[in-house]
Design a protein around this ligand. Structure first.
Ligand code: F6P
Length: 462
């Protein structure tokens, strides 16, 4: 079997502490014995050396970024330009040519770091928007291996994507890959429409096209979790101190629970508004419910994330001031990264799981909530229709995350749902979560990659 080589911005267990993102978690479960994983160390430094370590059968090769690289590539083009663009948030997007240059250079750095480590029959799998130019850079540096690329974010249609200067260059970079994977059919459709319009690609019925004399296949392949493993973790964690203390502190109140990165795409202010509306319009829930929102700090280098943090501090304070009682705090809010097992235990206690991003590639929190439930007395999932997971998890209460009134009504419906309906919805959801495993995700993608035609010896000039 070919060796798997993963390239992603972040690798699991960097020195930055608890992971607060879906990609590293999803892939950590998918990486197989013998894999090599190349990425940023999470440190700022001046050394150019690769540090190699092995853990549980996977080798990690990581390198530091300089302050300038980090600023231009990560804070700048990745998170001030591409991320808002791909999440349909044009109002938050800004473009600076020098940041794009840093992004190009760091993508090339990934390629040149990887190249000497590669074996002829390796399967390379490049991940996410931070590395859109890496497949092209690998080809230019002479890589002949099969290369796959996966978008963990959504992919917008041309009317949005073409707003970014260098849109064509980005597409050409990704098209250095043989297989490009997406979370949903609509993300793939958006990408293919961009390829048709910017690269003059003629797309066949299977979503493949020829670019620069190479066949590029596209694939819809949603990520997944190890549902039984997560259920076990949740069951055990529910007996541990953090969950026990939470349970005792509720004094029988129903728990609404959300766990997200503190990110503008997660719809957190809208969620607070929705809870405010719920308490006003359905006063019977006062004192009978408590909302716990864990919001792990994320990308604090980026001004928009710092602004969001201030906004949330303010809104949470306002809500608790307006509705709270000396012995009842309606909204509990934690802005610290919380271990995944502890979160699993909190999911298990929750009557309602609140996953309402304005847009999300997949939204693994939805699968985790479902897997963590007691199947004999499950909670109800309230899910954004703009999360990739909504394509399959449509037995959840689907909401428009921009519509706080509609979210409030869904929360009310979830809190008052008869047991029979809860059980039926949960059984359907669990069936989907079980069938979308982390291992299945990797196998599906890598089988397609292994079966793709070997790249031509020379990459045609583009
Ligand atoms: O899927 C979105 C994503 O950007 C992943 O690429 C990333 O691993 C995760 O969110 C966390 O982001 P960051 O690495 O910027 O902390």
């Amino acid at each position: 079997m070919s060796r798997l080589v993963i390239l992603s911005n972040r690798v699991p267990q960097t020195t930055r502490g608890a992971q607060a993102g879906g990609l590293a978690v999803a892939l950590a479960e998918a990486a197989r014995l013998g894999s090599l994983w190349i990425g940023w160390s999470g440190r700022i430094g001046t050394g150019t050396e690769l540090a190699v370590r092995a853990e549980r059968g996977v080798s990690y090769a990581v390198f530091d970024l300089t302050e300038t690289e980090h600023h231009g590539y990560y804070t700048g083009f990745s998170n001030n330009t591409l991320y808002p663009l791909l999440l349909f948030r044009l109002g938050l997007m800004r473009f600076r040519a020098e940041e794009f240059a840093a992004y190009e250079a760091v993508n090339r750095r990934f390629a040149t770091a990887a190249l000497p480590l590669l074996r002829a029959d390796d399967l390379l799998w490049v991940h996410d928007y931070q590395l859109m130019l890496a497949p092209g850079a690998l080809r230019e540096a002479g890589a002949r291996q099969r290369i796959g690329f996966f978008f963990h974010t959504p992919f917008p249609p041309p009317a949005i994507f073409t707003v970014v200067p260098r849109a064509r260059t980005l597409l050409v970079g990704v098209c250095g890959a043989d297989v490009i994977g997406f979370q949903t059919a609509s993300d793939r459709d958006g990408f293919l429409a961009c390829a048709a319009s910017l690269l003059d690609a003629t797309v066949d019925d299977e979503g493949s096209f020829t670019h620069a004399a190479r066949r590029v296949r596209t694939l819809v392949c949603p990520v997944g979790i190890d549902a039984d493993g997560f259920a076990r973790t949740a069951r055990e964690a529910a007996q541990h101190l953090p969950a026990q203390r939470l349970r005792q502190s509720l004094h029988g109140a129903a728990l609404l629970f959300g766990a997200d990165r503190l990110d503008h795409a997660k719809g957190l202010p809208h969620r607070v508004d929705a809870f405010d509306i719920l308490l006003r319009q359905h006063p019977e829930h006062r004192r009978a419910v408590s909302f716990l929102q864990v919001a792990a700090p994320s990308r604090e280098e980026v001004a928009e994330y710092r602004r969001l943090r201030r906004e949330m501090d303010e809104r949470v304070g306002e809500l608790n001031g307006r509705h709270g009682e000396p012995d009842w705090i309606p909204l509990r809010y934690i802005t610290r990264a919380t271990p995944r097992a502890t979160v699993a235990g909190f999911h298990r206690l929750a009557r309602v799981g609140v996953v309402t991003p304005l847009r999300d590639g997949f939204g693994l929190g939805a699968s985790e909530f479902v897997a963590a439930q007691d199947p004999l007395d499950p909670g109800v999932l309230v899910l954004s229709r703009f999360a990739g997971s909504a394509a399959t998890l449509d037995a959840a209460l689907l909401v428009n995350p921009f519509d706080a009134e509609a979210i409030a009504e869904a929360l009310h419906r979830a809190l008052t749902m008869p047991a029979e309906e809860r059980l039926a919805r949960h059984a359907t959801l669990l069936g989907h979560v079980r069938s979308q495993s982390a291992a299945g995700y990797a196998t599906h993608f890598l089988d397609a990659l292994a079966g793709s035609a070997a790249p031509a010896r020379e990459m045609a000039h583009v």
